[in-house]
Design a protein around this ligand. Structure first.
Ligand code: ACO
Length: 329
């Protein structure tokens, strides 16, 4: 069974409740019908019943097994608003402001998770990344010991690379310009994602335009420092840097440029020095090399909330719901 099938099959066994705040969006509804038919997860659609029913009829899909929740009238609004005020009391959030925020499905979804009424969320088919992430950062927050949420992609490439053709790329979605401690955290959480979702033994390459001192620049220093911090925080992790991309993934180049490294030439987790490199890098591999890219899988959040690219397909949504359900276990 390939990895994707394995992720979906595992999701089916978990039977998690995934909330889809963009409940009236056509690709989301088409994906929901596939998810329900194949029992990949339980689905909660946010929106009014009338709007959802009308769209379902137009599309000719069946989402009758989904739970439909209207954020503007749901009986839990008052309870959720109270929770929001408590969480944001230092920021001075009032109950009235919380109730207004709850009209927005992108706030209602995370509050369902916070209250234990859902296990995970997926949105972003029609909303920008920042709008999906901000409510999650503010109300669901990060895992204990983690301060930075980042976004990884599972990249399916030629079998001669990574772990049987699978690599984890990060951060490709969230932190525009991480400093060295943040980059170290991204490396450690990416290794955890690789282990828990792909089931691989992580070999983490801290990427740069320099390999082991071949170039001198503050950008290189940041990656060297991040590698040092990550090694101190996770001494058992196979991590090395700074490495150029070819030294990280090509055996001969790795042996020549970083002899004796446990990572060079056989990396399966690639940590980019900043979001520009990470976001452009995954799209290059996806578009020019024809790699399947699944993600961004958000890592470091206290509960699984994932973002979609607005160019996503129905299949992307189905796959990401399966990933989200796996993260919720
Ligand atoms: N991890 C954890 N918490 C965070 C993070 C993070 N990475 N970033 C921000 N926060 C928290 C802040 O601490 C703050 O909390 P507070 O309100 O309790 O004080 C809250 O989130 C809001 O922070 P801001 O800095 O005000 O949020 P802002 O909206 O400016 O930035 C954002 C956050 C939206 C994620 C920003 O970093 C961003 O735009 N990143 C790029 C996203 C993007 O466009 N990615 C590329 C597209 S994705 C793709 O192609 C697949």
């Amino acid at each position: 069974m390939d990895l994707l099938e394995q992720i979906k099959s595992n999701a089916s066994k978990l039977n998690k409740r995934i909330v889809l705040p963009e409940g009236v969006e056509p690709r989301t509804l088409q994906a929901a019908s596939i998810i329900l038919k194949n029992k990949i997860a339980r689905v909660i659609l946010l929106g009014t019943k009338d709007e959802i029913d009308a769209k379902v009829k137009e599309l000719g899909v069946d989402v009758s097994a989904a739970e439909v929740v209207d954020p503007k009238t749901d009986s839990r609004r008052d309870k959720y608003a109270g929770m929001m005020v408590e969480i944001r009391k230092k920021k001075g959030l009032t109950k009235e402001e919380a109730l207004t925020l709850l009209n927005d499905p992108l706030y209602f979804g995370p509050m369902m998770i916070k209250a234990g009424d859902a296990d995970g969320e997926l949105a972003g088919a029609i909303n920008a990344t920042g709008d999906v992430l901000r409510p999650a950062f503010q109300y669901v927050k990060t895992l204990p010991g983690v301060s930075v949420v980042s976004g990884a992609f599972l990249m399916f490439v030629d079998k001669k690379f990574g772990h049987d053709g699978v690599l984890v790329f990060a951060d490709c979605a969230v932190m525009p310009d991480p400093d060295a401690p943040q980059l170290a955290e991204i490396a450690i959480t990416s290794a955890a994602t690789a282990k828990s979702i792909v089931g691989l033994e992580p070999r983490v390459a801290m990427l740069s335009f320099s390999t082991k001192g071949s170039a001198k620049h503050p950008f290189v220093d940041k990656v060297v420092e991040a590698t040092k911090i990550a090694k101190e925080k996770a001494p058992d992790l196979m991590i090395d840097g700074e490495l150029q991309l070819d030294a990280a993934i090509i055996k001969e180049v790795g042996e020549m440029k970083a002899p004796g490294s446990h990572v060079a030439g056989k990396a399966n987790v690639l940590v980019f020095p900043g979001l520009e490199a990470g976001n452009i890098g995954y799209k290059l591999v996806q578009r020019l090399a024809g790699a399947e890219a699944i993600g961004p899988v958000l890592q470091g959040m206290a509960a699984p909330i994932n973002d979609l690219s607005r160019g996503c397909s129905v299949t992307d949504i189905v796959n990401m719901v399966a990933v989200t359900a796996n993260q919720a276990q």
